[in-house]
Design a protein around this ligand. Structure first.
Ligand code: ZN
Length: 499
């Protein structure tokens, strides 16, 4: 802005000096040459924020979570619509600055107005968006907005921030030392779930996605106002009723139209002859509207009933009496069939819907559910005793009491580690000897601040394994812990350790 101003002043100063026609022509030519680069210079430059993951890990994470997503969502799986969407999406993605991701665009067979993107490229558009858009530019606007979340790495940026911020139980097993995307996802509870940290953006991220989305539309010669117009339209339609689902993951930052208009100004102002619609869009929209209505059923993202208004004080579903089995590299465990397991490798989180909550700082924290992982005690302090030749080798190599003492020591060390990121955590019922699947184990009860406010109980169970200390943490707010304890105990009884 300032620069433009200076140039204008300079032009006026030069103007009177330019007495001959030749001077004036030279000036016009100079300005014409300068203008395009000025528009570039005023473009808002956006770059991804701090990130502990590599861009390759974004792609890996997105692919992993997309598998989970597509199991839970009803996909439209219509080649004609998917082709149209991919052609449009690829053109838009080609205009996104920075890293080139393997974008993929798919339609979800859901009439709710929603769209989301996963790190590294997968973009999902509900059929409701196509049905609600007035023209191709509006649909392109939603896609450009989602592409911008990918290009700006908003999902993994949030996951990164959550993992270093003080977050109950997040640091289990040395998160920062872990290179496993699966383990990290599990520790963050960051799979494909309502309020997943990968999907729920901050207002700042929304404004950035609007700005970059505007640039993408502009560069592809679409009416760049269309995106904000569409968001305003779906917002207005919902006044008095439920807000469009879109806003549950993409909170309205306010001033959308002004922000977009300002960026259009930065880019050099509205273009003449921009595209608003295509016949192809009208055909596809008519076609999608003619497709059979999606069957009613549970749709993970349309969880507007229990989870729309933040999570403070919300109560997830009670553990179901039916159980399903899940297995990872460490163990097999049964869990209530209305809970979900996330993760791979050593780390796994099993939570009811709504069990992961926002801690108020934009971080996802475990309020209800359990975590399983392996902890490697520091070699310098206990390693020799724990992993030396005498440990766990049966009679003659140290007594059962010794084994228990060592297990308790390793458990204490884990608790010390947990306290680093959970300052108000304290032991309320120290080590009790129990057995898990025939192995000696220790049970410890801890009290901690709940991310829902108030206190929570963490039931920590540890088992010594050759690869380290296997631990399970069962968590619920104090007021609910008794109600969940039976389910937790059943889960523990069902554990079969991989040997
Ligand atoms: Zn968004």
């Amino acid at each position: 802005m300032n620069r433009k101003h200076l140039r204008n002043r300079a032009a006026y100063r030069v103007g009177p000096v330019a007495q001959s026609l030749g001077w004036a022509v030279a000036l016009v030519v100079t300005l014409a040459l300068v203008m395009p680069s000025m528009a570039q210079a005023d473009r808002t430059l956006l770059k991804p924020g701090w990130n502990m993951f590599s861009t390759e890990q974004d792609v890996e994470m997105g692919q992993q979570v997309s598998k989970e997503a597509e199991q839970q969502l009803r996909m439209l799986n219509d080649r004609r619509v998917d082709n149209y969407l991919n052609n449009l999406g690829r053109k838009l993605a080609a205009k996104a600055p920075g890293e080139k991701y393997p974008y993929q665009f798919k339609v979800v067979n859901d009439r709710a107005i929603n769209a989301f993107a996963l790190p590294g490229g997968p973009v999902y558009i509900n059929r409701g968006i196509i049905e609600a858009a007035d023209n191709e530019a509006q649909l392109a606007g939603v896609i450009a907005h989602e592409i911008s979340h990918v290009a700006l790495r908003h999902g993994t940026n949030q996951a990164s921030k959550a993992s270093v911020a003080q977050m109950p139980l997040a640091i289990l097993g040395g998160l920062l030392g872990s290179n496993s995307v699966g383990a990290t996802l599990a520790q963050l509870g960051a799979g494909f779930a309502v309020n997943s940290i990968l999907l729920k953006y901050s207002r700042t991220a929304e404004t950035q996605a609007d700005t970059m989305g505007t640039q993408i539309l502009y560069d592809l010669n679409y009416d760049a106002r269309a995106m904000a117009q569409f968001f305003e339209k779906i917002q207005a339609q919902d006044q008095g009723g439920q807000p469009a689902e879109f806003f549950s993951n993409h909170p309205n930052p306010g001033n959308r139209i002004e922000n977009v208009n300002q960026e259009i100004g930065n880019l050099g102002g509205a273009r003449r002859g921009y595209n608003t619609n295509s016949r192809e869009f009208d055909d596809i929209k008519r076609y999608v509207r003619s497709l059979p209505a999606p069957a009613n059923g549970r749709q993970i993202l349309s969880d507007s009933g229990s989870n729309d208004s933040g999570q403070q004080g919300s109560q997830p579903d009670w553990p179901s009496n039916r159980s399903v089995s899940v297995e990872n590299s460490l163990l097999r465990i049964n869990h209530p069939d209305n809970w979900q397991a996330h993760g791979q490798g050593d780390a796994m989180t099993i939570t009811p819907r709504g069990g992961m909550v926002d801690d108020g700082n934009g971080n996802q924290a475990l309020a209800y559910g359990m975590i399983v992982n392996i902890y490697e005690p520091h070699q310098d302090r206990y390693g020799q005793q724990l992993q030396g030749p005498g440990y766990g080798q049966g009679p003659g190599q140290g007594s059962r009491q010794d084994a228990h003492a060592l297990l308790d020591q390793a458990t204490d060390q884990l608790i010390q580690e947990l306290r680093q990121s959970n300052r108000n955590m304290r032991v309320v019922r120290p080590h009790e000897d129990i057995s898990v699947n025939g192995s000696d184990a220790t049970s410890t009860y801890l009290s901690n601040d709940s991310p829902l406010g108030g206190r929570e109980t963490n039931w920590l169970v540890t088992v010594q394994r050759p690869e380290g200390l296997l631990f399970l943490v069962f968590t619920a707010p104090d007021r609910d812990f008794q109600n969940y304890e039976r389910a937790f105990q059943q889960m523990l009884y069902s554990v079969r350790i991989n040997r």
